[in-house]
Design a protein around this ligand. Structure first.
Ligand code: 3IO
Length: 340
């Protein structure tokens, strides 16, 4: 009896020792806390990818890192994102580079009419392009990943079937996509996606030009019963981290985040492409949205108006001391590789 009690006692002491020695380190040590800011509402794709990244980092660091996410512009809004992260108001921020076209010249070249076929190829191309050029505008932050939307299409309150229909129409876009709207003769109204629901609601704009998953995620299908397929151009995004916050991280955590860069670009691209299909099925079913497809002749007319854009961009970039011609060539080569 006594033997049994002392054996039990020894077992308990051993178990306690083992638990405190081997398990207490992650359980007792305070996790590194990071704030992650995002500008659109939680159900939209920039926030969906944010939650996925948070979960992966927390899992892969075994709880060493705890990330608090702030969707909906509650910590930093669309246009304040880059400077807010540089200034340390958030540790991490997700930004749409089209909202500051002059600031991100190299990466925004992906939003020229270069026929990037889908979000997956566009995201991988953008990530490679960033890593090849490492543009100066990112020197004050750690870039964690980049990704792109699916190609943009017109979502409008009235049908757009011809160039005459779009002429003078107030349509919302930003950056490279905005330049394309101007080339087609629309009255381009520039604003971030997060300001668009109100503009549509109030009638400030008659439609928007973006990727089609927003028909469902922002319920634009309720107001925009027409979609004109142009499959033109993507919007590029970046996820950046405050440099001091990055430098404070232990090496094993840095490695987890570095290893996630390309993977997150791929994950987000694939999520976006699948979600566009889901959104359009929902829009047709719920609001009987009409999808307008151009004839080959009509498409040729629209495309013709975009022809000068790339050459003009090359001239402007070259004037600013950038290898404009080479950047365009690289985007074409890299995207072709990823499309195969
Ligand atoms: C976008 C931005 C925030 C939430 C969902 C979105 N889908 C496509 C975009 C691209 C974009 O930033 C824009 O302004 O069209």
């Amino acid at each position: 009896m006594l033997k049994r009690v002392s054996f039990l006692l020894a077992a308990v002491i051993f178990a306690t020792f083992a638990l405190t020695t081997f398990l207490s380190v992650p359980a007792v040590a305070e996790p590194i806390k990071l704030n992650y800011a995002n500008f659109p509402p939680a159900p939209t794709f920039p926030c969906v990818q944010m939650e996925r990244w948070k979960e992966e980092v927390e899992k892969r660091t075994s709880g060493k890192v705890a990330i608090k996410t702030f969707p909906g512009g509650t910590l930093l809004d669309a246009k304040a994102m880059m400077d807010g992260v540089i200034g340390g108001q958030a540790d991490i921020g997700c930004l749409c580079m089209a909202y500051q076209p002059g600031r991100f010249i190299v990466t925004n070249a992906t939003s020229l009419p270069l026929d990037l076929p889908n979000a997956k190829v566009a995201s991988l191309t953008l990530w490679d392009l960033y890593n090849q050029y490492k543009p100066d505008e990112f020197s004050q932050v750690k870039v964690l990943t980049m990704f792109a939307t699916a190609p943009s299409n017109l979502m409008t309150k009235k049908p757009v079937r011809t160039l005459a229909d779009i002429k003078g129409m107030d349509i919302r876009a930003s950056g490279g996509a905005g330049e394309i709207l101007k080339a087609w003769g629309a009255n381009m109204v520039g604003m971030p996606m997060s300001a668009t629901p109100e503009a549509l609601q109030k009638g400030v704009v008659q439609g928007l030009f973006s990727s089609l998953e927003v028909m469902k995620d922002f319920k634009y299908a309720e107001l925009c019963r027409f979609v004109t397929m142009t499959d033109t151009v993507i919007y590029p995004f970046a996820v950046v981290m405050n440099m001091d916050s990055w430098n404070r991280l232990p090496d094993d955590v840095k490695k987890v985040m570095d290893d996630l860069g390309a993977e997150q670009a791929l994950w987000t691209g694939e999520y976006m492409d699948a979600h566009v299909k889901e959104s359009m099925d929902w829009s047709k079913e719920t609001y009987n949205v009409e999808v307008i497809q151009f004839s080959d002749d009509e498409k040729a007319e629209w495309n013709k108006l975009l022809e000068p854009m790339v050459d003009k961009w090359i001239a402007d970039a070259t004037a600013k001391g950038l290898p404009g011609e080479k950047i365009i060539q690289d985007i074409k080569t890299i995207s072709k590789k990823h499309a195969e």
